[in-house]
Design a binder for this molecule. Structure first.
Ligand code: C2E
Ligand code: MG
Ligand code: MG
Length: 697
């Protein structure tokens, strides 16, 4: 309000075109611009002659007014300057006022200006004035005082309202002297300021701002800042607006601070930013963040001559864990996986959860370095370590698809697409591995959609067929059983293999329908063999997902009511990986199935780190040694340990993928029960299988 009035004075002067200045400049600035030094001489008074505010010149030595403009004369109730000059102001002037005026006189030579509230008594009646005093040299060269007044009583209601607003506002308003001492604090400020630390030096915790506020006169600091401040509620964040002003009581330069507590809103703002960029469950970055920042990350690496490795990781049986143990367990699992992943990632990498159990991480490194590959290997190994989630000990594996950008600038989207194809490849090859993108995978990608359509058509047109691979007794050298292996014939006469379409069936949910078809067809062949008096065991592969199909157990139960059906010659093969989840629901289902008389076999044993303890928990009848064990240099040791485990558990042991006589002979010598493999026969159609029954030679 006061500043506004001062603006009006300037405006008035400027419109009279007596000064060539911007009318919006403040009064003091106007005179500062035109007048150096910062005091006037009596000759310059024409500048304020016509002002609507009272101006007068006081001769300090003679305690009389020597000049006044017309409004000034009105104020002093004098008809002319001459009459006013005659009036001595000495009577009634206290000695302290006199001393103060003398001090002013000295200070005016130093170009001082004072803004003060004064009460004058022009004709014995008090008039409260807000005054600005500055120097004015008199005709004889002595220093006088130019006074500019603003009568406060003219606007008492406005002043009162202003004071009231200051009392009740929640905004903290305070003023400070040049040494940082608090001169005034409104009630809101007093409530917040610590009682023993209201000055700038004690209150402001941010050094830079504190320095500016303490030196506002030199730095001319004005502006808005955020600062941590000490308050009665502890450390808070305040938004502070600093304005330079004059203290109305002393006229000294002072600092006016307006403060708002923005702790909560800034916290909410920070939280919003955090939420927008992070996955709240795992604390990893989210898809939005990585989509926005990955391209820069890749470009930076390219410019630094580094390679970028994008890895896309997915747990091998996450849906299964979620379905079996519930979502809270799935959530805990993801938190633990993220923690393990983080422990291997370098500082300048980005890891984000893209959704579900899909986690993507970007690592940069020297071209052709194996650093990223090593990280993937370590991450996969750490995931294989037991994970305790909600009282369950889970043993899991994950797969990673990796795409690399070496010496070229690639987009994140393109890299992600390639990593996705590589991930699919890793899964299709049994999971628990890292697959690196290679161009031929791009051709395979369209296969997924194609297989899905082919599968649906094949189911509808009955173009599925079970082939049978004989199982041979090593002791008796004759066929004692067969594994049923699914084949799909396309409309144009090609045959497709399960490694290609089973993952598609599992991913699309078609596996239940497909699995049912396999079980029914295998049961049909089993009955046919029985009716021909051929006592061979048939085994059928069952996907982990099928166990969770509510129709699975009832279907097996329905077979029991068929005449001649013999569940003890009907074996279900489940992969080793299924055991690792130590899943109670699965245990119940497997017990129910074996209680009905079915046999249970563990397929691909030796690929997924199951141990004796996990095998003992399940009602199994047979272990199948995975073919990969015979490809290994140490196959003898590994195969022998599997045989020993089987013997210890008193279950049958079958070797898969036997291609030569050496392996077969070794198996025989080491007590393996049966083998299957190309050495004896490939999987063949049923009719051909019938032909190879009888003694093997
Ligand atoms: P698996 O159960 O381990 O079956 C053995 C696989 O090894 C078969 O491949 C078989 O053809 C192949 N094989 C047998 N002997 C040899 C050999 O001496 N050398 C080599 N290199 N390979 C040999 P196939 O038929 O392609 O089946 C692959 C996998 O697909 C099976 O592995 C099984 O996990 C899955 N599968 C097959 N049929 C079904 C089914 O009906 N349902 C489900 N859920 N999965 C099935
Ligand atoms: Mg099998
Ligand atoms: Mg197998």
């Amino acid at each position: 309000m006061i500043g506004q009035e001062r603006g009006d004075i300037v405006y008035e002067i400027a419109t009279r075109k007596e000064l060539d200045v911007d009318p919006m400049h403040s009064y003091s600035e106007t005179l500062d611009i035109k007048m150096k030094p910062n005091f006037l001489s009596i000759k310059d008074l024409r500048l304020v002659e016509q002002s609507r505010f009272p101006f007068w010149v006081f001769d300090i030595d003679n305690t009389c007014v020597t000049w006044a403009n017309p409004v000034g004369l009105d104020l002093w109730r004098a008809e002319s300057v001459e009459i006013l000059r005659e009036r001595s102001m000495q009577s009634g002037m206290s000695s302290s006022v006199k001393a103060r005026l003398k001090q002013f006189q000295t200070d005016f030579w130093e170009e001082a200006i004072f803004d003060e509230m004064w009460t004058m008594y022009p004709d014995g009646k008090p008039v409260k004035l807000l005054c600005r005093f500055r120097g004015c040299t008199l005709e004889d060269g002595r220093m006088g005082m130019l006074c500019e007044g603003q009568i406060l009583e003219q606007e008492p209601t406005e002043l009162l309202r202003g004071a009231q607003a200051l009392l009740y506002t929640g905004v903290m308003v305070s003023t400070y002297s040049s040494d940082g001492k608090c001169l005034y604090a409104n009630p809101a400020a007093r409530r917040a300021f610590p009682p023993n630390g209201i000055d700038i030096a004690e209150r402001f915790l941010d050094r830079e701002l504190r320095h500016k506020l303490l030196n506002f006169e030199e730095i001319e600091y004005e502006g808005t800042s955020l600062s941590r401040v000490k308050t009665t509620e502890g450390e808070r964040l305040h938004q502070i607006e600093a304005k330079l002003s004059f203290d109305v009581a002393t006229g000294e330069r002072s600092l006016l601070l307006t403060e708002n507590d923005v702790t909560e809103s800034e916290r909410a703002k920070a939280e919003t930013i955090y939420l927008a960029n992070h996955d709240t469950l795992t604390d990893l970055k989210n898809r939005t963040y990585i989509s926005k920042n990955a391209d820069n990350f890749i470009s930076d690496a390219f410019e630094q001559g580094q390679a970028v490795f994008l890895s896309l990781m997915d747990l091998d049986r996450f849906k299964y864990i979620n379905d079996t143990f519930g979502h809270p367990a799935g959530d805990d699992l993801l938190i633990e996986i993220a923690r393990r992943l983080n422990s291997f990632l370098p500082e300048d990498s980005i890891a984000a959860r893209l959704g579900g159990d899909e986690i993507c991480f970007l690592v940069k490194g020297p071209k052709y370095s194996r650093q990223a590959h090593t990280i993937c290997a370590k991450v996969l190994a750490s995931i294989r370590e037991p994970i305790f989630v909600q009282d369950h000990e889970l043993r899991l594996s994950a797969s990673i698809g990796m795409s690399q950008s070496v010496g070229v600038r690639r987009t994140f989207d393109a890299m992600l697409q390639q990593a996705d194809l590589a991930l699919f490849d890793a899964k299709a090859n049994g999971g628990n591995r890292t697959s690196i993108f290679r161009p031929e995978l791009a051709d395979k990608s369209s296969d997924f959609l194609r297989y899905e359509t082919e599968l649906k058509d094949a189911l509808q047109d009955n173009r599925l067929e079970l082939y049978f691979q004989p199982k041979v007794s090593l002791e008796f050298d004759r066929v004692v059983g067969a594994e049923a292996l699914l084949r799909m014939h396309t409309a144009d006469g090609r045959t497709l293999y399960p490694n290609d379409f089973i993952p598609v069936a599992e991913a699309t949910g078609l596996i239940n329908e497909l699995g049912r078809w396999v079980l029914e067809d295998a049961a049909r062949h089993h009955l046919e063999l029985r009716r021909q008096g051929i006592n061979v065991e048939l085994s059928v592969n069952v996907s982990p997902k099928q166990f969770l199909d509510p129709n699975f157990v009832p279907l097996l139960r329905s077979f029991l009511s068929m005449a001649d059906f013999e569940p003890e010659q009907f074996e279900l093969e489940i992969t080793e990986a299924v055991l690792l989840a130590d899943d109670n629901r699965l245990k119940l289902i497997l017990n129910e199935v074996t209680d009905m008389g079915y046999r249970l076999s563990i397929d691909d044993f030796g690929t997924a780190y199951a141990n004796m303890a996990s095998l003992q928990r399940y009602p199994i009848h047979c272990i199948k040694i995975d073919r990969s064990l015979f490809l290994n240099e140490n196959h003898e040791i590994l195969a022998l340990s599997v045989i020993n485990i089987a013997k210890a558990l008193k279950v049958k042991v079958v070797a898969e993928g036997v291609e030569n006589t050496q392996v077969r002979d070794w198996l025989y010598e080491n007590g393996c029960d049966e083998y299957q493999g190309y050495l004896f026969s490939q999987p063949v159609p049923y009719d051909e299988f019938l032909k190879c029954l009888g003694p093997a030679s």
